[in-house]
Design a protein. Structure first.
Length: 461
């Protein structure tokens, strides 16, 4: 462990946290050290589970003193390896070399925020509430419902994804078209810097024009600047919505239908035929239409019955059971693909301008119809221009990942729409950010984290 005294360091951590909150057994830590995809596996000296900001302060001060890297982790539902320490597996050598300054792979702790689960300072007038970083999205939704409110972000991993992790990665989900990304719901944060100092913008002021916006700086920072311990979020008044499912033959047809509801759309999801067929095989779910795509539209306001009557392939959710069944056409895609997948699984999250969405889909399919690439499915958020791309290869072949991301960049898109850069895409950041932009981001990190202990290898190479 370099030149530090490992037993002494761990004993000091126990003094800060207590024995129950510090895990050192390899078998007990194992679940924390592999990511949701199974593609990223790391190692660590310990898993720290602080239950207060004061304990986070103590942990980070010790890590700075002993030059131990820190990987913050929320619900560990990410897809780009950003919530586990340096890993072994696909591209391990290339990615691990980016953090060689921190010593061996075991010179890190994983800091889990799942014990930071408080609800505080609910304001029924503004709809603001402060929650611990470890509160799950489902718990926040349930809290909001008890006050006849709703939270503006929703995604399939709601049972596990944490509010702190969602803020740190600027999560998206199905309601971005109506409510924006996670950063739009966040009105304040409490965070511990790598030095152990605490910064807080939890006052939730509607106007605070006093310089740099630390709240927004930390949203999307992927644990590379600080550990978010609390998040103050905006809750919304719910509106009645109806779910419509259309069978369409092209992306352009889906866009044309969606354009008729602009201003009233709460969600707009597109699922291709390969995804739908997989759901049917795995779950036995009845598929409404024999079409190239299924378009799921959640819309507010009164429906134009005469206009809807012009659509041959249309299903309308008439009750909660019907709604759940139809939404499963989107929410069960990932799990169904996982059941059938063989070989090496690739999952990419990208976005392109809406004007080239149809071309982008066609170009992606053409690129992936090649030897060595198996199961291919593409689905995502139509009006966000966001595709989730799933494919398998017979063996490790990350040249295909690179080609996909280069294609997206050539279309004026982003190599990461809502899952972040993590470790997986760090070497490709230049496809979406200029040299000047990357230099500024590195400069900001250098000032806040001069020792480079916060999530090394994530975001930057």
């Amino acid at each position: 462990m370099s030149d530090r005294n490992e037993p002494e360091f761990l004993e000091q951590l126990r003094g800060v946290l207590g024995a129950d909150q510090l895990l050192t057994s390899s078998s007990v830590m194992a679940g924390y050290l592999v990511d949701w995809t199974g593609n990223f596996q790391g190692s660590a000296l310990a898993v720290a589970r602080p239950s207060s900001a004061a304990e986070v302060v103590g942990v980070l001060r010790l890590c700075a003193q002993h030059r131990v890297a820190v990987t913050p982790q929320g619900g560990n539902t990410g897809l780009v390896g950003g919530s586990v320490p340096r890993f072994s597996g696909p591209q391990a050598d290339a990615v691990n070399q980016n953090t060689s300054s921190m010593g061996s792979d075991s010179d890190a702790i994983l800091l889990s925020t799942t014990y930071l689960c408080s609800f505080e300072d609910f304001d029924p007038i503004s709809g603001h509430v402060t929650v611990g970083a470890g509160v799950t999205l489902m718990q926040l939704h349930e809290f909001a419902r008890t006050h006849d409110l709703e939270f503006g972000v929703d995604l399939a991993a709601r049972d596990s994804a944490t509010v702190g992790g969602m803020a740190a990665t600027n999560a998206g989900g199905i309601h971005v078209v109506a409510n924006g990304m996670m950063r739009k719901q966040v009105v304040g944060v409490e965070a511990v810097l790598p030095s152990g100092e605490v910064i807080s913008t939890l006052r939730g002021l509607a106007k605070d024009n006093t310089g740099y916006d630390f709240t927004q700086l930390l949203c999307g920072s992927e644990g590379t600047l600080a550990v978010i311990t609390k998040v103050r979020v905006q809750l919304l008044r719910p509106e009645a919505v109806q779910l419509l499912v259309f069978g369409v033959d092209s992306i352009s047809s889906a866009m044309k239908i969606a354009s008729g509801f602009i201003g009233n759309i709460h969600a707009a999801e597109i699922v291709d035929r390969a995804s739908i067929d997989c759901i049917k095989r795995v779950t036995g779910t009845a598929i409404p239409f024999d079409s190239a795509f299924h378009l799921l539209l959640e819309v507010r306001g009164e429906l134009d019955v005469d206009s809807l009557a012009t659509h041959d392939n249309l299903a309308v959710a008439v009750d909660a059971t019907d709604r759940e069944k139809l939404w499963s056409l989107r929410e069960r895609v990932t799990e169904s693909l996982a059941v059938e997948s063989t070989g090496v699984v690739h999952k990419l999250d990208v976005s392109v301008p809406q004007g080239v969405l149809g071309r982008g889909y066609a170009d992606l399919r053409a690129l992936l119809e090649r030897a060595g690439v198996g199961q291919v499915a593409i689905f995502g958020h139509l009006l966000d221009g966001n595709f989730h791309i799933f494919f398998t290869t017979e063996s490790e072949n990350h040249d295909v990942d690179r080609e996909v991301l280069e294609l997206i960049a050539s279309l004026g898109g982003s190599i990461s729409a809502e899952h972040g850069i993590g470790r997986m895409k760090a070497e490709y950041l230049h496809l979406s950010r200029s040299e000047a932009e990357i230099a500024v981001m590195k400069a900001v990190k250098g000032v806040i984290d001069p020792l480079g202990i916060m999530n090394p290898g994530v975001l930057f190479i």
